[in-house]
Design a protein around this ligand. Structure first.
Ligand code: GAL
Ligand code: ZN
Length: 672
């Protein structure tokens, strides 16, 4: 595993630099990431380059066995560039130009900025592409972060009109497909179309409620913004790939921002990289982001380019609590268990200055190594022992299917706001499956479905015809599909289907949606589930798609006017089974439903028993089963196993119970 930290040699006096390099070298880590905000040092004046300081650090570290990931610095254009070319500045959804200062204040569509970005990337590629101590490149830093993924500048405005024209051909076609007749909004030409100004922009000010704009226009702007950023990234990607044989990627923000479709954006990158800042004090680290990351680029490993390092101060006034002793190491091993190939802490030594002054790091401002440094050092040593297991594969037979069009559509027209959040909901299903003993993959709609026995399809609000045929075929060929409320409501134009819902799939599910409403405290009702004779009661939640049709009812209402109406269905369609869950369920009932489907489909269950704060991850290596087990409870505890396990690190053999320390983990091989 590539393990290390982000580091900033450009901040340092020569003495500090030597001090830090020594510490880095003595820590046993093998990777350092540098350069992402240092354009003003790399090119202090236009066309005058200085990479000697960076090369010195790369070579010093490299000679001591530490490889560097170098970043292009385009998140922070230098002042000379911005003051000479103010047109490169980002314009937010209020029409405000972001001034120089802060970071990510550029427009990714601006031609001038694209040229300058290409030039600095070329220089970096030329200088470092073949450096034996450089083991990869990162493009920019967190594209779209800090609400920089939906520029509204004149260049974007003009390009968006042309983009729509290219997609729709004629303005008549655009008017018809987007339903512009509603509120009499037909256009005469594409250049009349303005970027929808209220488009969701994380943490930006929204002057008007967002839902007053045409949903098709807003969806198209999401697509346009995503494509534009990918186009910008591609300029750098192509240059770097020309200059180096090392992997090239960028650091996405995982589930945090949503203006880039990562399934698309990673097509030409060598892997998906992302940043992750979970709490590590008596906290259960959510592995859904890892499962999501693993599915972004099928077949390639993923990189965690930035990860938590400690507590203390943070951006804003809240501060951040310190990790428990052992929690950093536990988290690193957890990322490995889920398939991470890189794990870099952000960052090595606390900054005395700048917007992130005093913030958490591995080493405090005074440069004195303390417990977090020693924990990192131990972890580096431990990872060497675990190296053989990195080759282990995943053979999960259940997957959760997610999609950006759905993600965007549910932001554009929120449902049960703010309780229902699409990716959080997918994450909830993932965790419940895991607690039931089934590790799940998280995949896009374009992924290969053939290796799965069960697919869970949360709220496919937008489901294009071609995609829904893929799900139909999955069932026809013998798979089990569980779709949840709000499935196949709208087409790819973000316009409602006029067929009965779930549109185009009523035969597959054997149901029709008869009535819909959100579920709030005031209209909550009880449901009875009958799963092969076993009964469960649950309240409904989030939403209700009341079902009619010929399918077998796995769940019906027991209260209110809905009494006896079907809310969970099961239907045999050709060789497979399709179930529709018209609402959300409480934890226990949801667990029972998922377990029922996995059992019926013959999915093998993990031999080590998971719990709500006990994670179990199954891997397979050379035909043998390995289990990574993590104790996120606040106490030492015991985990049960159904098969004897050999402890890979201690050599102990456990027959029925595995002792686990607080913030502890075990790596086990099944022995029978
Ligand atoms: C990330 C960013 C880093 C740093 C970190 C918080 O989002 O990429 O540069 O700002 O957050 O400390
Ligand atoms: Zn722009």
């Amino acid at each position: 595993m590539r393990y290390g930290v982000a580091y900033y040699p450009e901040h340092k006096t020569p003495e500090d630099l030597e001090h830090d390099l020594e510490l880095l070298i003595n820590s046993g880590i093998n990777t350092v990431r540098m350069g992402e905000f240092a354009w003003c040092r790399m090119e202090p004046q236009e066309g005058v380059y200085d990479f000697a300081w960076l090369e010195y650090a790369v070579n010093r570290l490299g000679q001591a066995g530490i490889k560097s990931i170098l970043c292009t610095p385009t998140a922070c254009p230098p002042s000379w560039l911005v003051y000479r070319h103010p047109e490169v500045l980002y314009v937010d959804n209020r029409g405000e130009k972001r001034p120089f200062g802060g970071r990510r204040f550029y427009c990714y569509n601006n031609a001038v900025y694209r040229d300058y970005s290409a030039k600095i990337t070329e220089e970096i590629g030329k200088r470092f592409g073949k450096n034996p101590y450089v083991s990869g490149f990162q493009i920019d830093n967190e594209p779209a972060q800090e609400a920089s993924g939906r520029c509204h500048c004149p260049a974007c405005q003009e390009k968006f009109g042309k983009w729509l024209q290219k997609k729709y051909g004629t303005i008549e076609a655009y008017n018809r497909r987007s339903g512009n007749i509603f509120w009499g909004q037909d256009y005469e030409s594409f250049d009349q179309i303005r970027i929808p100004v209220n488009t969701i922009e994380v943490s930006a000010v929204q002057a008007l409620p967002v839902y007053f704009e045409n949903p098709t226009l807003r969806m198209e702007f999401e697509r346009f913004a995503s494509e534009s950023q990918i186009e910008y990234q591609k300029i750098q990607e192509e240059i770097l790939h020309r200059c180096t044989d090392q992997p090239v990627t960028t650091n996405g923000t995982g589930l945090a921002t949503n203006s880039i479709d990562y399934y698309e954006s990673t097509k030409d990158l060598d892997c998906y990289g992302f940043d992750f800042y979970p709490g590590l004090r008596d906290a259960c680290v959510d592995s859904f982001p890892y499962a999501f990351a693993r599915g972004i680029k099928e077949g390639a490993p993923f990189w965690v380019m930035e990860f938590m390092s400690g507590g203390g101060h943070k951006f804003g006034g809240t501060g951040r609590v310190q990790p428990n002793p052992g929690a950093l190491q536990q988290a690193v091993v957890q990322s490995l268990a889920h398939g991470a190939e890189m794990m870099l802490h952000f960052q090595f030594r606390t900054f005395p200055f700048g917007a992130e002054q005093l913030n958490y790091a591995i080493v405090d401002m005074d440069g004195v190594p303390r417990r977090r440094y020693y924990e990192m050092k131990d972890t580096a040593a431990l990872l060497k022992k675990l190296e053989p297991l990195e080759k282990a594969g995943f053979d999960n037979q259940v997957a959760i299917c997610v999609d950006y069009a759905v993600h965007w559509a549910l932001r554009i027209k929120p449902v049960n706001d703010p309780d229902f959040k699409y990716l959080d909901y997918a994450g909830r299903l993932y965790r419940i499956l895991e607690e039931q003993g089934y590790n799940a993959d998280v995949i896009g709609y374009d992924a290969d479905f053939s290796k799965y026995k069960v697919l869970v399809l949360p709220s496919a609000f937008v489901l294009e015809e071609s995609k829904r045929e893929k799900f139909r075929n999955f069932v026809a060929e013998g798979g089990t599909l569980l779709a949840t409320f709000l499935t196949s409501v709208k087409n790819g134009d973000n316009v409602g289907y006029t067929d009965t819902l779930p549109a185009g799939l009523t035969d597959v599910f054997g149901v029709t949606v008869e009535e819909v409403e959100p579920i709030f405290a005031q209209n909550r009702n009880q449901i009875r589930l009958n799963l092969d004779g076993e009964e469960f009661l649950s309240a409904d939640g989030m939403w209700c798609d009341l079902l009619g049709g010929t399918a077998k009812a796995l769940g019906t209402y027991v209260t209110d006017y809905k009494k006896d109406s079907m809310i969970i269905s099961e239907n045999h369609y050709e060789k497979g089974t399709a179930c529709y869950l018209g609402t959300d369920l409480e934890e226990e009932a949801m667990g029972a439903l998922l377990r029922y489907l996995c059992q019926k489909s013959g999915i093998r269950k993990n031999a080590v028993k998971a719990g709500s704060r006990l994670e179990v991850v199954r891997r397979v290596l050379e035909g043998e089963e390995y289990y990574f087990v993590f104790n996120f409870t606040a106490e030492d505890t015991v985990v049960r196993t159904e098969a004897p396990m050999y402890d890979y690190l201690t050599g102990c053999v456990y027959e029925k119970e595995i002792p686990m320390k607080r913030n502890g983990f075990a790596v086990l091989r099944r022995t029978s």
